[in-house]
Each structure stands twice: as structure tokens, then as C-alpha cells.
Design a protein around this ligand. Structure first.
Ligand code: ADP
Ligand code: MG
Length: 272
């Protein structure tokens, strides 16, 4: 049985600017099931970050509605219940880490909730293990790589036991190794049943999601599985986006099979 965990109905967001108004989200509709892994792709300015900020009520709709875990984000009484359910991980890990020691940083949110020390200890240890950072628990975050810092930021959300984690380009500032570490962590959380929303410019990352939302000009143009979305290479490129390298190569070689990733590409080449 699947259950809807997020629903947007005619969601609209308009920013007021010095020279008028900017429609950043233009009447969008979607629903996300509990436990789904959604990737959001779209060119700069298409509205991805604005949408991300609606998932935990950092922004409120100008019109329309968004419900998170059944809670209307517009209702201020729901704010804490929503924030407890939705973790956010942003692009720059240096902006997210507050404490001088890794484990204190992960404990920070829990201390603010007034949770008992023994329970905090348990949750921090489990979160460290989940993101594979136990060996670094006494380190200063300033000594960590970007990928390690992002995993500490993720551990903070894991320790809070949020049901949903929204990632807004979490790997944009990382080297390939850091990107792999963070993506592996995201996939592990998905396997554990969390709902994942991943905004990314890396199409290889998007290809591992259950579904992709394609945004353009404040609208969701398309929702589909990665296979569906990347089946039309021309259309994706027309939007100014890339496709995974394996998809690109298969299209150039005019392989008969529809390829989604490197593994499928290699299998198809072997069968030629
Ligand atoms: P993306 O994350 O896809 O790059 P954003 O959601 O950041 O897109 O921005 C969507 C549109 O809204 C862009 O045109 C951007 O310039 C505009 N915008 C974003 N934030 C603000 C703001 N605080 N004030 C005014 N306009 C904004
Ligand atoms: Mg953005």
C-alpha cells in the first residue's frame, strides 16, 4: 500500500522584487508517496529551490496549497510538526554546520527539542553509523572534506528521525569522490524507507531516482521514471539539460536498446 506524503495543489509562488513581481512557481500540481525517491531537474531559475523551500514551510504559497504529511504549510500551528518531519540539506555544507565537534553538531537539533541525553547519545551514534562517519565523531568539521561535511549535515536530519529529506544540489560543490559518498548515503536512506527529494544538475544522480520532475519556467513540464524522462534525448537537450553519459553514448551509437546507465550500456555493447 502506498500513501501520499506530499501533495501540491495549484501551488504558486510570486516574489515581490524592486521592479515588480517574479512568478517562480506557476500553478503546479503533484503528489509524492511515502518512501519515494524524487529527483528534480531543471535549468537555473526554473523554480527548483523555491519549490524545495515549500516542503518545510520556509516559504508559504502565494496561492494554492501544499500539504506535507497531511499538514497544510500555510497554517502556523503546523510549523513545528512539519519541520520535525522534513530535513533540508543545501549546497554549501559550511553554512549548515554549527558546532566545533562533529557529534555535537549532529546532537544540536535534538538538544533544542529537549530530548534526554541517553536518547541523544543513541540517536547520534546511529546517525553517525548510517552516514558512515563514526570514525570522525570527535573531529572538528573544519578538518573534513566537503562530502564528509555533507554527510554530517545528513546525519543531523537522520538523528531527528525526519521522514522526508530534501536535498538542494547537495553535491554541487563536491569532488567526484564526495559526490559518490553523498549519493550512496541518499540511496541508503531511501532503502531504509525515507522519502527523498533530490534537486540535482547531475543526471547520473537523477537517473537513480524512482521518478523525475522536470521543471521549466516555474512549471513542472514532465513527471516520469528516469527511463521515460531520458528516452527523449532531444527534448531534454532542448530544455538546456544533459542526459546521463551512457544515455548520450547509446543515442550517438544508435543502439537499439533504451539505455539508462553505465551498466546497461556495457551490457548492450557486449551484445553487439
Ligand atoms: P532554481 O533553484 O531552479 O535555480 P529558484 O527557485 O532559485 O530557481 O528561482 C526561481 C526564480 O525566482 C528565478 O527567476 C529567480 O531569479 C527568482 N527568485 C528566486 N529567489 C528570489 C527572491 N528572493 N526574490 C526575487 N526573485 C527570486
Ligand atoms: Mg536552486
Amino acid at each position: 500500500m502506498t500513501m501520499e506524503i506530499i501533495k501540491a495543489e495549484n501551488l504558486k509562488h510570486v516574489y515581490k522584487t524592486a521592479n515588480g513581481e517574479k512568478i517562480a512557481l506557476d500553478d503546479i500540481n503533484f503528489s509524492i508517496d511515502d518512501g519515494e525517491f524524487i529527483a528534480i531537474i531543471g535549468t537555473n531559475g526554473s523554480g527548483k529551490s523555491t519549490l524545495a523551500k515549500h516542503f518545510n514551510a520556509l516559504l508559504k504559497p502565494t496561492a494554492g496549497k501544499i500539504f506535507v504529511n497531511g499538514l497544510d504549510t500555510e497554517d502556523d500551528e503546523n510549523l513545528w510538526a512539519i519541520r520535525e518531519n522534513v530535513g533540508m540539506v543545501f549546497q554549501n555544507p559550511d553554512n549548515e554546520i554549527v558546532a566545533a565537534i562533529v557529534e555535537d553538531d549532529i546532537a544540536f537539533g535534538l538538544e533544542n527539542l529537549g530530548i534526554e541525553p541517553a536518547e541523544i547519545r543513541r540517536r547520534v551514534d546511529l546517525a553517525l553509523d548510517t552516514v558512515n562517519m563514526t570514525d570522525y565523531k570527535n573531529f572538528s568539521p573544519s578538518k573534513l572534506s566537503g562530502g564528509q561535511k555533507q554527510r554530517i549535515a545528513i546525519a543531523g536530519a537522520v538523528a531527528m528521525r525526519t521522514k522526508i529529506i530534501v536535498f538542494d544540489e547537495p553535491t554541487a560543490m563536491l569532488d567526484p569522490q564526495g559526490r559518490r559518498e553523498v549519493l550512496n548515503t541518499i540511496q541508503k536512506l531511501h532503502a531504509q524507507g525515507l522519502t527523498i527529494i533530490l534537486i540535482t544538475h547531475f543526471m547520473e544522480e537523477a537517473a537513480t531516482a524512482d521518478k523525475i520532475f522536470v521543471m521549466e519556467g516555474g512549471k513542472i513540464l514532465k513527471i516520469g521514471t528516469p527511463r521515460e524522462i531520458f528516452s527523449d534525448v532531444k527534448e531534454i537537450k532542448r530544455l538546456g539539460l544533459d542526459v546521463p553519459v551512457a544515455v548520450e553514448l547509446a543515442a550517438r551509437l544508435k543502439l537499439p536498446q533504451k539505455i539508462l546507465n553505465a551498466k546497461e550500456f556495457i551490457a548492450a555493447i557486449k551484445n553487439l
